[in-house]
Design a binder for this molecule. Structure first.
Ligand SMILES: [Ca+2]
Length: 324
């Protein structure tokens, strides 16, 4: 892109210089020819410089995002979801779910040209395994595999990460028992009780829980504003109670407001993966298979996600990861 722009501009310059020389020879006073020639050269050099600056600062140009500060990020500006090993827009997504459940789109964005829409549908059967039904979910996961996955979150690392969530105006707040989970850190051992951080939509509130099932676990509440983006920032260090000199810590901000800080043991496993999701533990049926009343009896249910950033362990800051 950058090279072709330069070549095109040089071709224009050659034509313009030729045309200017023709005009100077036939029309201009002889004494102004050198001055006008030098002026034309300067103008054309400035034009090439402007193209170079534009090429280095455009979203697809050489400068792009600040990769040295970030461990990985997903602003969805690549326009697609790639393999989870890719630093930008790389995610693991479940093969059990239809492709239209996580779609990179341009209609609703927090920043740039793209964001992702996560969708579940009340009328579809959700088959995770042959004997486990009606757990509608779509997950974007980073660091899912314990072996060889470079983005596992491990005990003792100081981390900063942020993301932004948009709940559309038509989103129906469901009963408390039918809440949605939109973010979690999930242990790689698969312990369902072990979530040092979760964000759920419970009726009309974001419920941010820290510490899982441990004594001293903490919960914060923040209103869900439909039709607006909500910016989340987390600053944390995971640690287990069994760890000597445990210095666990979790700080939370929403829309620039600091909700608070939890200190002490916050986890029970050594490593975790990062999950952004739209997930209901049950919807059409309970896990036992009984009919489950909901305020939304059919159709799509969706949220949007953008501006996901995780700073290099031990090197982050609020500014590096906050949605902008
Ligand atoms: Ca974006």
């Amino acid at each position: 892109m950058f090279i072709t722009d330069i070549l095109l501009y040089l071709a224009i310059v050659i034509v313009r210089v030729g045309w200017s020389l023709r005009r100077m020879v036939y029309r201009a006073p002889l004494c102004t020819v050198p001055l006008r020639f030098v002026g034309g050269v300067i103008r054309n050099l400035l034009g090439i410089g402007a193209i170079a600056v534009a090429g280095c600062t455009s979203p697809t140009g050489l400068g792009d995002e600040e990769p040295l500060d970030l461990w990985w990020w997903s602003d969805f500006e690549s326009g697609r979801i790639g393999p989870q090993a890719e630093r930008q827009d790389g995610w693991w997504t479940s093969p059990f779910y239809p492709d239209d459940q996580a779609v990179v789109q341009s209609a609703v964005v927090r920043s740039g040209r793209y964001a992702v829409r996560l969708l579940i549908n009340r009328d579809r059967p959700y088959l995770q395994t042959k004997d486990q039904i009606d757990k509608p979910r779509v997950d974007l996961v980073k660091g899912r595999d314990a072996d060889g996955e470079p983005y596992l979150i491990t005990e003792g690392e100081e981390l900063w990460y942020g993301f932004s969530i948009y709940v559309p105006p038509e989103f129906i707040f469901d009963y408390k028992a039918n809440s949605e989970q939109v973010h979690e850190l999930q242990s790689t051992t698969g312990d369902e009780r072990d979530h040092p951080v979760t964000v759920r939509i419970v009726e009309d509130q974001y419920v941010i829980s820290v510490g899982g099932v441990l004594p001293g676990a903490r919960t914060w509440y923040y209103p869900v504003h439909r039709g607006a983006w909500s910016d989340f920032v987390f600053h944390l260090r995971l640690c287990r109670a069994s760890t000597t000199s445990c210095e666990g810590m979790v700080e939370v901000w929403i829309n620039g407001a600091r909700l608070g800080k939890h200190t002490g043991p916050n986890s029970t496993a050594y490593s975790y993966h990062f999950d952004i999701a739209l997930y209901k533990g049950s919807w059409k049926y309970t896990i036992q298979g009984d009919p489950n009343p909901s305020r939304q009896e059919s159709g799509d249910r969706y949220i949007y996600v953008d501006e996901v950033r995780m700073a290099m362990p031990g090197r982050g800051s609020y500014e590096q990861v906050a949605p902008r």
